[in-house]
Ligand binder design. Structure first.
Ligand code: PRP
Length: 217
């Protein structure tokens, strides 16, 4: 195994959350090297901070943390709800704010929708939502470019993340229902929380201080 056991292993989500998470860690005093900005490496060691980072797909971060490969990680609330992993969610990092919505074509007519189909990257979250709404739907799992589905007739509605709203707009879709707001969370493996408590507590405290300061401004 390439990971070093004496270092705190942090699972980071590649993609849209990444840059904000890196900035937050730097503001919290963690000296993340330039590799975080430019390289394609998936494991980056920062021994001077007693840490090493693994860069995973956002949806996989809770999996690495649940299995203890990573001690801690950064994961979107959307991922947490979808994946239902056995990890502690200890801090709202208040970064990568966006929301989950139901969207469709402007011509969508619920009364004419006799066999409702929902396309989404979040099948568990979507199923649970429509169950709570008392609506029976067929959920079709996709891995990305969800907005394509209503345009080409795969599904009438989608459940997806909306950030700026640009993807919906540029594809002629409209928001039909707002579901929940989403931010990124700091998550911890339950065993690591006991065995590496000093380092993890310090990290939570440092992050919390930065978040508090930034949200007070
Ligand atoms: C996400 C999401 C939407 C888009 C929303 O996709 O699934 O498609 O971003 O952002 P906006 O409101 O700012 O346009 P992402 O870019 O992560 O890629 P994906 O299509 O592969 O899921």
């Amino acid at each position: 195994m390439i990971l070093q056991e004496d270092l705190l292993t942090v699972a980071m989500p590649k993609g849209r959350i990444f840059d904000e998470a890196v900035s937050l860690l730097r503001e919290a005093g963690y000296p993340l090297p330039p590799e975080f900005d430019e390289s394609r490496k998936l494991i980056i060691e920062v021994p001077e901070a007693g840490m090493q980072f693994i860069l995973a797909k956002p949806m996989d971060v809770p999996t690495y943390v649940e299995h203890g490969v990573a001690d801690v990680g950064v994961a979107g609330k959307d991922t947490m709800i979808e994946e239902k992993r056995d990890v502690y969610e200890v801090l709202d990092l208040k970064i990568s704010e966006c929301y989950m919505a139901v969207a469709g074509l402007p011509t969508y007519n619920p009364k004419a929708d006799i066999s409702p189909k929902i396309a989404t990257k979040y099948p568990n979250l979507a199923s649970e939502y429509f169950r709570q709404q008392g609506e029976q739907v067929e959920v079709i799992k996709l891995n990305g470019s969800i907005e394509l589905a209503p345009i080409v007739g795969l599904a009438d509605r989608i459940v997806d993340i909306v950030s700026t709203g640009r993807t919906l707009r540029e594809n002629g879709l409209v928001e039909l229902e707002t579901m929940m707001s989403i931010t990124s969370r700091f998550i911890v493996n339950p065993v690591s929380y006991r065995t590496k408590s000093a380092q993890i507590d310090e990290m939570v405290e440092r992050l919390a201080t930065v978040i508090e300061k930034e949200n007070a401004e």
